[in-house]
Design a protein around this ligand. Structure first.
Ligand code: SF4
Ligand code: FE
Length: 513
């Protein structure tokens, strides 16, 4: 990053509102990963994890790997600025690509390449893309609402983006409402809080109540954007709200989502965790009458835009799931490495399985990157992914990582799930026995074999199977959501005409006429 250019842009504090929560002036521009970690300290967030309220999430061993994954988004911008930064005309300065407004299809392609690289570096969900895709969709939605209703949302959004880019913040995306009874609309629910809604409006702003579920990187964010999760009708008007809130705003609390094998982070040693450095994070974020000043409200009652907002968001976000190809690269590497440590790497069926894994992984990448190259420009000037190909990408992601994981487990062998603990390997008496009997090739130290097996376990059964498998299934919409979008975009009527034309059916019809 061009530190000097960013520092030259003085941060202008905005006025403090009645709750005293809008404090741009406390943010200083974040340049490095370490500065990012420091920026999270001392915020006094209300966080619950395993029955306890956590004083400082940054230092909690279960939470820290998720913060490290976001830290890597800052470090990559320094290590590989061509990939992970872009020039922003908005502040006339370089910005982290995770905050860049999409100016061309090439910007989306570079975003996808950066996401794949981040997946290779962390082996997990690095949590910054839903915020980026929110930034992209808000550009066009605020513009379109203003065109129809004469509101001033787009300028508010641009003002926010100036601050966001100058400070290099993390924006978390709060989209998924708990939804309660799926057979009922938001306004029909027995408990109105099952969808986020406006409870009060004053001269200064509005108040929201509700919760956002499965929020990726929620408490690792500086700001949160809350937005509707689905289409809204006129009766749902109070539920059609988009607002920007500091993550430590009064009235917000976080309940941390458990992940498989998460308590291995509490054990001595780093081997059994599989990937001790990096992990993902999902939290339930609860908003108890939280104030949003008007300057941070970007939709209030324009219910007819909720559906468009959701489908544009998914057009961006379902292509963002090429992130999983970076994790797929790690899986192919891990499967190849364990085959080598076992002395099996020359077998033709092993090579064929690695080819199959690669074919599946690159199929995901092809659909995602094609959707970016096929992007089109919206009225606001921003570019958006091709919706059909983006949905095909995410649909591939709901299936192929499971196949890839199956091959990795196949090549790992059963030892992956029967391996004794690191403590046993280090035990005075048990250790030498394990070193003798659990060795593969005699020139490969047993610890290498153990570490690789634990990594495959981590990504296919443990903490990062959340990111590689279940998030691949349900994140950015479950498989059926993509099938609905594919049905909407596949234009079967046009394809029927191609077939009828070649079959001479049009000719017969016109003859008959
Ligand atoms: Fe980014 Fe992938 Fe995580 Fe979504 S699942 S935030 S696209 S890394
Ligand atoms: Fe996600």
């Amino acid at each position: 990053m061009n530190e000097e250019a960013i520092q030259l842009n003085a941060i202008t504090p905005i006025s403090k509102e009645e709750t005293g929560q809008q404090r741009w002036d406390r943010f200083t521009p974040i340049n490095t990963g370490e500065e990012y970690i420091e920026s999270l300290r001392g915020r006094g967030l209300t966080v619950y994890l395993m029955g306890e309220q956590i004083d400082e999430p940054v230092d909690h061993p279960i939470i820290r790997p998720s913060i490290n994954a976001l830290r890597a988004t800052y470090d990559l911008a320094i290590d590989d600025p061509d990939l992970a930064t872009a020039w922003s005309p908005l502040i006339d300065s370089p910005v982290n690509r995770f905050l860049h407004l999409v100016e061309s299809p090439e910007d989306l392609v570079l975003k996808n390449r950066m996401q794949r690289r981040m997946g290779q570096l962390t082996g997990t969900c690095f949590q910054r893309c839903a915020g980026l895709d929110t930034i992209s969709v808000l550009h066009s939605i605020t513009y379109d609402i203003d065109q129809k209703h004469g509101t001033e949302y787009h300028q508010r959004y641009l003002d926010f983006m100036v601050h966001a880019q100058r400070n290099n913040i993390i924006l978390g995306a709060g989209m998924t409402d708990p939804k309660g009874d799926r057979g009922k609309r938001p306004h029909e629910q027995d408990d109105p809080d099952l969808f986020m809604h406006v409870t009060k409006r004053t001269d200064a702003g509005l108040y929201v109540k509700g919760a956002k579920a499965h929020m990726t990187g929620g408490l690792n964010s500086h700001w949160i954007c809350v937005m509707p999760t689905m289409n809204m009708l006129e009766e749902d008007r109070d539920y059609a709200v988009v607002g920007l809130l500091p993550a430590d705003a009064k009235g917000i609390s976080y309940i941390y989502g458990r992940q498989s094998c998460d308590t291995r982070a509490l054990e001595e040693g780093d081997i059994d965790a599989g990937n001790a450095e990096y992990g993902g994070q999902e939290v339930l974020v609860v908003f108890d009458d939280v104030f949003i000043p008007w300057e941070h409200v970007l939709m209030d009652g324009e219910y007819e835009f909720a559906q468009t907002m959701v489908s544009r968001f998914t057009a961006y976000h379902r292509a963002s799931y090429v992130c999983k190809t970076g994790l797929g690269d790690v899986m192919v590497g891990a499967a190849a490495a364990i085959a080598e440590y076992n002395g099996a790497d020359k077998a033709s069926h092993i090579k064929d399985k690695l080819v199959e894994m690669t074919h599946l992984n690159e199929t995901i990448f092809s659909s995602g990157i094609a959707s970016s190259y096929q992007a089109s420009q919206l009225d606001s000037g921003i570019f958006m992914n091709d919706e059909l190909l983006s949905n095909v990408c995410k649909h591939n992601v709901t299936r192929f990582p499971y196949e890839i994981a199956r091959f990795a487990q196949d090549l790992a062998g059963g030892l992956m799930v029967t391996l004794p603990s690191q403590q046993d390997f280090e035990h005075e008496e048990a250790g030498p026995i394990l070193a003798k009997y659990l060795k593969g090739r005699s020139d490969i130290p047993v610890e290498k074999r153990m570490r690789m097996l634990r990594l495959i376990e981590n990504m296919t059964l443990g903490r990062n199977a959340v990111g590689y498998l279940t998030e691949s299934l349900h994140g950015a919409g479950s498989p059926q959501a993509q099938r609905i979008q594919i049905l909407r975009s596949m234009d079967v009527e046009r394809k029927k005409r191609y077939a009828e034309n070649l079959a001479g059916i049009d000719v017969i019809a016109s003859d008959a006429d």
